[in-house]
Every structure is written in C-alpha cells, then in structure tokens.
Design a protein around this ligand. Sequence first.
Ligand code: GDP
Ligand code: IMO
Ligand code: MG
Length: 429
Amino acid sequence: MKVDVILGLQWGDEGKGKIVDVFSPRYDVVARFQGGPNAGHTIEFDGKKFVLHTIPSGIFHRYSMNVIGNGVIIDPVIMFREIDKLREAGMKPEENLLIANRAHLILPTHRILDAAYESAKKEAKIGSTLKGIGPTYTDKYARNGIRVGNICYPGFRKMYDGLKELHMKTVNSYGFDLATFTLDGIPYNEYEAMWFEAIEKMKDLKVVDAEVFINKSLAEGRSVLAEGAQGTMLDVDFGSYPFVTSSSTVAAGVCTGLGVSPHNIGKVFGVFKAYCTRVGSGPFPTELHNETGNKLREGGREFGSTTGRPRRCGWLDLPALRYAIMLNGVDSLIMMKADVLNPFEKISVCTSYKESGKLLGSYPFELSLEGLEPQYTEMEGWNTALGSNTSMESLPAPLKDYIKFIEKFVELPVDTLSFGPDRLQTLQT
Ligand code: GDP
Ligand code: IMO
Ligand code: MG
C-alpha cells in the first residue's frame, strides 16, 4: 500500500478538514504530517460543527486510526482543549489517536517569541496566528527543540527550564514582560501551569514511533491518508516568502513528516476553492477590495477558523493553481465552495499575469512585484442554488463550463465537488 495525500493548493482554508472527513471511511489510518495549531480544520455533520487544530480530521470515524506525525508541532494545552470538546460530544478520541514521539513541543515561551518577532516586524508583519509556529520550527532546526518522547524523561523539567531560559534572553531584549503577557487571554503563569498539567495528561495517550506504525500499516496492507495543513502558497520554500508558514506544506513534506519513502506516496488529491482567500499579510494578486470581495466573504463565511480574522477574498488564480499542482504532483482535484458563487451573474478567473505590460511566461519569483497585473477571463455565472439532490450530471451548464475551463487549463480532472459545509454536500465522479 501507499500513502494517499490530501493537501491545500492555495493559501490554506480550502476545506481540507471537510474532505479528509469525507474520505476517511475509505482509509484505515489518517495522519497529519506538518504544521500545528495554526491550522483550523472544520468538519460539519448532523447539525454539529467541530474545528480541529492538532487532531487529524479522521477522528470522527471510529475505525480510522489517527496519527499526529513527527512533522507536526504540538501545544499540549490546545490539543487537550480539542480532546475535551470531542469527549463532551461523547467521543473517546484517546482510543484511536497515536502521537509521534518525535513530534516537537510548542512551549509557552515559543508563543511569546512569535509575538515579539511579529511586533518587531512593524508594517512587514506576517500576520502569524501567534501559536508559536515559527519559533518552534526554528528550535527544531537549531537542534534546541524538545520532543514528545522527552516528556517521560527524569530530566524533562531541566530541558524545559533550559530552553525557557534561552528564550527569555530574547523575550527580555524585546521588552516583553511575563508578568503582563497573556496567551489566549490567560495570564502567562496560569498558561504555563496548564501546559504542565496537559503534559501529565499526555502521558496517558498513546505516544509511539509513528513512522514505524505507518510503515508497518502499509506493509500489512492497511490504507493511509496524509492530511495537509495550510496550503501550497504558504509553503516555506515555494509560497509567497516571507509571508509563509514555517513548514513544508507540499507533498514532499509527507516523507519527512511521517517517515515514509517517496516510493510510498500514492495518489495526491489537491483541494482548492472555486475562488481564492488568504488570511494574514502577503501578496494576493487576485484580491478584490470591493463589493464583490465582500460578497465572497459574507457568502463563504470567510472568517478564520483559528483566529476569527476576516479572510481576504478574490477570484480564482489559475497560474497559481497550476504551479501548486506541479509542485505536488496532484492526480485529482477537489473543488470546494462552488455554492458561494451561486449568486454571481458573472465570474472572473485569472489566466495569466502581465508585468509592466508584458505577459509572464512562468510563475513569478516575487508576487508583490510592482506592476504585476492579473489578466482575467469573464465567464457566465450559474446564478441558481445547488439543491441537495444535485448530481455531477445535473449541475447547471455554466458551472459545468467553469469546471471544464479549469480542467482544460490545468490538465487535470475535478473529481470531487463540494457545495456546502456539510459532509453530505459533496459530489464525486
Ligand atoms: P481547512 O483549513 O482547509 O480545513 O478549511 P477551514 O475549515 O479553515 O475553512 C473552510 C470553511 O468552509 C469551513 O468553515 C467549512 O465548514 C466551510 N466549507 C467547506 N466546504 C464548503 C463548501 O463547499 N461550501 C461552503 N459554503 N462552505 C464550505
Ligand atoms: P489551515 O490548515 C490559512 C497563515 C497565517 C499567516 C501565515 C503564517 O487551516 O488551512 P503562522 O501561524 O504559521 O506563523 O502564520 O500563515 N496561516 C494560515 N492561513 N490557513 C491555515 O491553516 C494557516 N496557518 C497559517 O495567517 O499569514
Ligand atoms: Mg483552516
């Protein structure tokens, strides 16, 4: 068996959580391979709504084993908030959850460093979710990090104190004061105490060599689905750097984030919205600063799942989509939120960029180039609601044309279409 992958092709929030939940009954194992609680993956069914940040989106299917891979970074406080919500809903997430002992821990001081670095950037702020993502991955690569497998060590507290002390030098130099700092509205000292309580509770969870579990599962014929977080345009190498996250969000990240060989990557499913959104700062060529942008935001309920911030909205960017497909080796496309375009009489789609009047032949190194102008093709909207008895065959003709236009441009089929947040509002070829 090989690991199939579901990942985002835009700037995150494409609807990965919903689709992983829809696909997971077909898989024995669902595994997150990168990112941390900066992710917010929404799943809706039976009138209920859950937002997951750390736990894989296969958790609602009792028979899928869910793995938090070594490439993920974990804030134990946030992870237990999720676990508690699932327990309140009558679930027993600890039964089908495994945590990689090689996954790194986000310390409370990583979150202070995130805030300190952001505030120092002034106008050039990344718009980070302030969950400590950048500083935790920095410590991982600087070989200072603390891993989940360390929590049972007698010297764990000493490791923690040593890293905190290192962080405090920077925190102090930025003029931040622990006595007044709050995390999610909680005073620092209280958050730190909660963090240690969560570490104790983590000892009752199944902490394993996740890479061995995944490879053994494959060898024994069990199917594995890898769940991406963020999106390709936020990838640390290929996204709109420096306005990116600090992990490899692309398919290659599955190999290092779960410990699987490139030979063992199977089908790659690329998820994209029928339009584009971005939350946080950074270039966004097709962004609409007008009523149309507002209509997309209101219609799509485009407010961050993790931070509640309004998402920036704009038309679908096909050159960016094609670039993302190339980087990930996508086999099959999943188009989300088609329903949000229902009320539009005309829909535009970006098909190329011009720079200073000249058509660009390749995807630009710098998306925020002065004079970069997206070129649009205008298409007819379908201007009707998509009812619950819609099928791929009975879609309105202008929607079929929109899909065909995209398929022709990127030379890949759209095999799955989502037309509402609920699990059931999904069509597959
Ligand atoms: P993720 O981070 O990629 O998992 O996406 P988010 O959960 O952050 O954001 C997607 C949002 O769109 C969530 O509020 C979903 O409930 C919602 N959603 C997903 N698919 C659809 C869809 O087809 N139509 C509509 N209207 N909403 C959708
Ligand atoms: P999901 O998995 C959308 C954005 C932030 C910021 C930049 C860096 O829900 O799609 P970070 O906290 O990583 O330092 O922030 O990346 N960002 C996301 N945007 N969806 C996400 O995750 C995101 N995770 C991070 O807004 O611009
Ligand atoms: Mg999200």
